[in-house]
Design a binder for this molecule. Structure first.
Ligand code: TMP
Length: 394
């Protein structure tokens, strides 16, 4: 049973960028509230949207749009090949192939339900299943392929409602000593950073080691190693094996993180109540910053049409009156409008920050990449607005 601790109000689908004709039509909203389940330590959104409505042939997010992610996946592929040298590698949520393109085509399988992305990896020559990850797909894959010894999935499992099915399917498809590696945003980091924008319709869960350990235990699996990462605003990479596989020992990192999460009260409802209180204050502070700057007639844009910023804009009521427009590099988002708030998205250009006074750091998780790219404008005096770890101008 989930207990609610935060209500982020009426929200549209975060990646449903609208065309000019769509903005005059009725938009679908749902109530975004977050709860904690004491039984399995899961923190999840309470009302979920069907996968088919979110992950279809028009899904706009492409990992290759960020240099940080491209480099990150390149380095990760080298690490995986060095440590595991998989004879058959499966990626759940392969998106536009940014990671898998570094793996041998003959030894790799993509699973990607968004057909626009699945088409890309198919074209690249990778065997691609344009399907949702579940037991019936796992059965099909097991039948049609040789033994899979490594499954990897980044920022995908947290998008799936039925987690029992996720881990059951992984267990089913993996070879006897096979390994499952997943990485997703860290709940501890989310609490520390006050990054409530980790929650939107696609991010159904924000995991902790406490919750993942309980979930995999149900399938007779266990987390034997973890790594903390800077990606996606602070993530955890979980290495999971079968319990019967005694060749691999549980690393100290696992015990240390479990201890740390407990110390921060991630297994207690009270912790989340306090987080809820902090976020309600954060909303007031952020609104104040925007309103004060607009009173001074400042030109404010948003840097990146991110899914995360959909939560911030709609929760904090930051609309066209406060944000002049958004800039983004993704072709699918350009010339569209932000969900709910209908702010125009313009194509990012090298001189996009010319004549801009303030830019909201929507893609705050790519701060280093952005600050490096915009050195010239930062020197000239452009300021950024952020809401994390607390609302302020930088
Ligand atoms: P996401 O946070 O929903 O994953 O989306 C990140 C968005 O930010 C994506 O549309 C690309 C955009 N972006 C830029 O436009 N410029 C940048 O420099 C970076 C890093 C991201």
């Amino acid at each position: 049973m989930y207990k609610k601790f935060l209500d982020l109000g009426k929200q549209p689908l975060a990646n449903k960028f609208l065309t000019k004709t769509e903005i005059s039509k009725k938009e679908d909203f749902y109530n975004l509230s977050i709860g904690f389940n004491k039984k399995n330590n899961l923190v999840s959104i309470l009302k979920t949207i069907s996968s088919k409505r979110m992950f279809n042939d028009k899904y706009p997010y492409r990992s290759s749009m960020s240099e940080t992610m491209k480099n990150y996946f390149y380095e990760l592929s080298k690490k995986i090949i060095k440590e595991f040298n998989p004879s058959c590698f499966l990626e759940i949520g392969s998106n536009d192939g940014t990671l898998i393109k570094n793996f041998d085509k003959k030894k790799s399988i993509c699973v990607e339900p968004c057909k626009n992305h699945a088409k890309i990896t198919t074209k690249m020559g990778y065997k691609t299943y344009p399907k949702y990850w579940n037991l019936s797909l796992a059965k099909k894959i097991k039948k049609e392929n040789k033994k899979i010894d490594l499954i990897y999935s980044a920022n995908t499992i947290s998008h799936i409602h039925d987690l029992t099915s996720v881990f059951k399917s992984a267990e089913y498809v993996l070879s006897k000593n096979g390994i499952l590696i997943i990485e997703d945003p860290s709940l501890l980091e989310c609490l520390k950073l006050g990054s409530y924008d980790q929650f939107y319709n696609e991010h159904i869960h924000v995991f902790s080691l406490l919750s993942i350990s309980k979930l995999v235990r149900k399938q007779n699996m266990e987390v034997y190693n973890i790594e903390t990462l800077n990606t996606a605003g602070g993530s955890i990479r979980y290495y999971i094996k079968r319990k019967v596989n005694k060749n691999i020992r549980i690393k100290k990192s696992v015990l240390l993180l479990l201890k740390k999460e407990k110390k921060h009260g991630l297994d207690k409802f009270k912790t989340y109540q306090l987080f809820g209180k902090k976020i309600r204050k954060s909303k007031q502070k952020l609104r104040k910053i925007f309103i004060n700057l607009k009173k001074q007639n400042k030109k404010i844009i948003s840097y990146g049409a991110t899914a995360k910023s959909c939560t911030v804009f709609n929760y904090c009521n930051l609309g066209k009156n406060l944000i002049d427009y958004v800039v983004d590099t993704t072709p699918e988002k350009i010339d569209k409008y932000t969900p709910g708030t209908h702010i125009k998205i313009k194509k990012y250009k090298k001189n996009s920050l010319n004549n801009v006074d303030y830019a909201f750091l929507s893609a705050w998780n790519f701060k280093d990449e952005i600050f490096n790219k915009e050195k010239k404008y930062i020197k000239k005096g452009i300021k950024f607005i952020t809401h994390t770890p607390k609302p302020r101008i930088i």
